[in-house]
Design a binder for this molecule. Structure first.
Ligand SMILES: Nc1ncnc2c1ncn2[C@@H]1O[C@H](COP(=O)(O)OP(=O)(O)O)[C@@H](O)[C@H]1O
Ligand SMILES: [Mg+2]
Length: 229
């Protein structure tokens, strides 16, 4: 299948401090890829760079055949990348409905479909986001990204810090999004759940991609060395 996004040896820095030293990855149409690695290895920095929230210092990002390098950042979202950032940021003073519709773009994911995916959001449409539980805020962050009808959905630690029952709801939703053939780039520490939904895994170590292969076949020594499991 043709690559929907292709990152080639990307480098990025926070001011003078370089954080990425050569990350390469691809996600094909309809594919789910897990970006893995210990804390601080550059997963969030990689997705920030793919979304053009951080400048590309070196390397290349091609999305749906377009080289993102020369484009201003807001174009990346408009091209069809939906980011659910680390820390489930919602617009706290806005209601659930306002959060969902603020950035909505036409496509198969609309209010009805998002509330079928997350019935709890449907029950809380007029509540302010600030009054939601952590799990509901995460559902809202995912719903908001889906409402932009992206071609690629990026989830950065979407189940971090949530209770097991809520995590299960979120994993079920991610699996359903995958079945809708949306391409997904997924970061999460829950290895068993990641492996259940991801087709391939890319391992990061100190800001560089060091291994890639089928998610269900991460060799024990690779998991030990790069994940500490
Ligand atoms: N806003 C920032 N300013 C400076 N350095 C940062 C910032 N965010 C992350 N870093 C550094 O970049 C490296 C990669 O971090 P990050 O991409 O957040 O890792 P991960 O998501 O894999 O835990 C780390 O060394 C981290 O300290
Ligand atoms: Mg991170």
């Amino acid at each position: 299948m043709p690559a929907l996004i292709e990152a080639e040896r990307i480098e990025a820095a926070y001011g003078p401090s370089q954080a990425l030293f050569g990350v390469s990855l691809t996600v094909a149409e309809g594919e789910a890829v897990a970006l893995m690695g210990r804390n601080g290895m550059g997963k969030t920095t990689t997705v920030r760079t793919l979304c053009r929230l951080l400048p590309l210092k070196a390397g290349r990002v091609v999305f749906a055949g377009t080289d993102l390098g020369p484009l201003p950042p807001h174009r990346a979202a408009r091209l069809g990348i939906g980011l659910v950032p680390e820390g489930r940021r919602c617009f706290a003073p806005l209601t659930v409905a306002e959060n969902l519709t603020a950035a909505a773009r036409p496509g198969p994911w609309d209010l009805a479909r998002v509330t079928r995916l997350f019935p709890r959001l449907g029950e809380r449409m007029r509540q302010r986001a600030a009054t939601l539980s952590g799990g509901e805020q995460q559902m809202l962050a995912i719903g908001r990204a889906l409402m932009t009808n992206p071609r690629l959905l990026i989830l950065d630690e979407a189940t971090e810090g949530l209770a097991p029952v809520v995590r299960r709801e979120i994993w079920a939703a991610i699996a359903e999004v995958k079945r809708s053939s949306m391409a997904i780039l997924l970061i999460d520490k829950a290895l068993a759940e990641v492996v259940a939904v991801a087709d391939r895994a890319v391992m990061l170590d100190r800001g560089a991609s060091v291994w890639e292969g089928p998610a269900t076949a991460v060799p024990g020594d690779v998991a030990g060395r790069y994940l500490g499991v």
